[in-house]
Design a protein around this ligand. Structure first.
Ligand SMILES: [Zn+2]
Length: 596
């Protein structure tokens, strides 16, 4: 009598990897899919977008698994992935857990007693069904291996296919996917096993950086001759913009008058500046670090003196005013004031505070300054996707707007209009900051909505449209509020440098928001506005040749110039200062004079 034995089927390695990826996407991502389907059911994203998400997730998972496709490695590695993913799925589904480095730390740091408390029949059952069973199936099948070079070539083709599908999904439904991720912050922490991998990498990175010693730099920093203590205090304001892109400013050739309040001000506008990163978390610490983009590393920068530390060493008071997500530790040795958590209307509401809160604080703070001070003003600027919440209604010069944070509900024109209104408001804030700093300034500011709309559309309207009336409200000292008069009665020598942290995509190449990997990031995300203003009093002491600066203002610069240019501007001399990166240095008449 013969016993029928089921023969072990044989598959190529690519087939096994694809099957494992499909299984993981479908079987251990219950919470992820329920969030996605909820969004689709409420009209948040289309059915096509759900399909694009599935294709993108499958491609991403496959790309993660591909490095495991080696003989002797693939089976044990996939078994481990299946069991870990099943365990993660249990915590995500049954406990609503998110998988981040804190979750992993609590697992690693739990002792036997704690761990045993987690153990339940349901947990064992879940891991057995979703992890051990497919793992057993994987062990049972045979894998047919080809010669090494043929395996490598076939893996390369599979990687190319996965990349192609990933890019295709982004092109077809990028707007929906970006909006889905923005509005469901939890999604990226429940996608399995991707979040396991990123949490593990983040855990290792933090474990490494926690042990790093602090590096002090510029211990020799001191004030150089041009700005030694004078009769009046020096105030230098460094305004850090948010998601402002250079190409959306009229000053940089944009067809809309998005910066009409800046146009009468004698600025130096640097038109070709690139950012260090494409998100705040990278760009902000990078700008204030001496490392530069090439050598910038998050952990290294976190354990090292930054620009503000050097300025304080050179006897400047430093104040960080924030209407964004904070200084990320940059101001931990300085004074930091967070205005973003305000609740008082009309400047603050459910969707955060308007940048006017920064101006209001400056009106209070400036009259109290008696010592040379550098103030960092961190704006909320054009932070998306809720661009409409970044400006008050009288700045809605460009209509129709997109008055929702679900960008996919709006047309590209509506998104662009709304974003441009936020730029119009940002430049209004900048113009007013300069107005606060300078009692010499008298220029006309449009105040009514019709005036703003009319001016903002200048250049777009037909030639026979009625001409705009001249703005009617000149800024004059007698109209200033009591606190502004206080500023004027107690003047300082002031300068202001504005630069944005990164740009923003508004549908170009199918991309929205920001955060694209730098190597493939479009110009819209990396090309940022930067401008400089100085009061006559400041420049009488600092002696910068403004015409020379203007002539050099269209050269290529980057955030790498920020650290050294601020040191140059504030006349701080130190061994870490590099004059070739100081964009003020070639136009410094004081150093030319001292060199002669
Ligand atoms: Zn940002």
């Amino acid at each position: 009598m013969k016993i029928a034995i089921l023969r072990r089927p044989t598959f190529g390695a690519n087939v096994v990897l694809i099957a494992a990826a499909i299984y993981l996407v479908a079987a251990v991502n219950g919470r992820f899919w329920s969030l996605v389907f909820d969004s689709a059911a409420s009209g948040g994203i289309s059915a096509l977008a759900v399909l694009a998400v599935a294709i993108a997730l499958l491609s991403l998972t496959l790309l993660m698994l591909l490095p495991l496709g080696l003989r002797w490695v693939m089976k044990p590695a996939l078994v481990a992935v299946l069991i870990l993913a099943a365990g993660a799925a249990y915590f995500i589904s049954d406990y609503g857990a998110v998988i981040d480095r804190h979750a992993l730390a609590s697992v690693y740091e739990s002792d036997a007693r704690e761990a045993s408390e987690w153990l339940s029949a349901r947990m064992i059952w879940t891991i057995a069904l979703y992890g051990l069973l497919p793992a057993a199936l994987l062990c049972w099948i045979k894998v047919e291996w080809q010669p090494v070079w043929r395996e490598a070539w076939s893996r390369f083709k599979l990687a190319a296919l996965a990349l192609f599908l990933l890019i295709g999904a982004a092109l077809v439904s990028g707007k929906d996917i970006a909006s889905l991720l923005r509005n469901n912050m939890a999604l990226r922490f429940v996608v399995n096993p991707y979040s396991l991998l990123t949490a593990q990498l983040s855990y290792l990175d933090h474990a490494r950086s926690d042990q790093m010693a602090w590096t002090s730099i510029a211990l020799d920093a001191k004030r150089a001759a041009p700005l030694l203590a004078g009769r009046k205090p020096i105030v230098v304001i460094l305004v850090i913009g948010e998601s402002a892109r250079a190409s959306s400013l009229h000053l940089n050739g944009y067809g809309r008058d998005t910066d009409l309040e800046l146009q009468p001000i004698p600025l130096v506008n640097f038109s070709h500046v690139s950012s260090c990163g494409t998100n705040t978390a990278t760009s902000l610490p990078c700008m204030f670090s001496d490392l530069g983009r090439k050598y910038y590393d998050d952990s290294t920068a976190k354990h090292r003196d930054n620009l503000l530390d050097v300025l304080m060493r050179a006897n400047y008071d430093v104040l960080w005013l924030d209407n964004n997500t904070g200084s990320k530790g940059l101001a931990k040795h300085a004074t930091e004031r967070n205005l973003a958590n305000g609740t008082e209307p009309p400047l603050c509401g459910n969707e955060g505070c308007l940048d006017e809160v920064l101006l209001a604080d400056l009106r209070q703070t400036l009259p109290t300054i008696s010592k040379d001070t550098v103030i960092v003003v961190h704006m909320l600027g054009s932070h998306g996707p809720a661009y409409y919440a970044r400006y008050p209604q009288e700045f809605a010069a460009f209509t129709p707007e997109c008055r929702t944070n679900e960008l996919q509900r709006c047309s590209d024109v509506e998104i662009l209009n709304t974003y441009d209104n936020s730029i119009l408001y940002t430049t209004h804030i900048l113009a007013n900051m300069i107005g606060l700093l300078d009692n010499q300034l008298s220029f006309s500011m449009p105040t009514s909505l019709s005036e703003r709309r009319c001016l903002a559309r200048r250049g777009q309207v037909a030639a026979d449209a009625p001409a705009c009336t001249t703005p009617s409200t000149p800024v004059n000292p007698s109209a200033a509020s009591p606190s502004e008069q206080n500023v004027q009665s107690k003047p300082f020598d002031a300068a202001l440098l504005f630069v944005s942290d990164h740009g923003e995509s508004l549908g170009e190449h199918g991309l929205y928001l920001h955060g694209a990997p730098y190597a493939i990031a479009p110009n819209e995300q990396t090309h940022v506005p930067m401008m400089f203003w100085t009061s006559a009093g400041f420049n009488a002491r600092r002696e910068l040749d403004l015409n020379c600066l203007r002539q050099a203002s269209s050269k290529d610069y980057s955030h790498d110039n920020f650290f050294h240019s601020v040191l140059g501007l504030t006349a701080v001399s130190t061994e870490v200062y590099r004059s070739e990166l100081d964009l003020f240095a070639p136009c410094d008449r004081s150093s030319a004079a001292s060199a002669n």
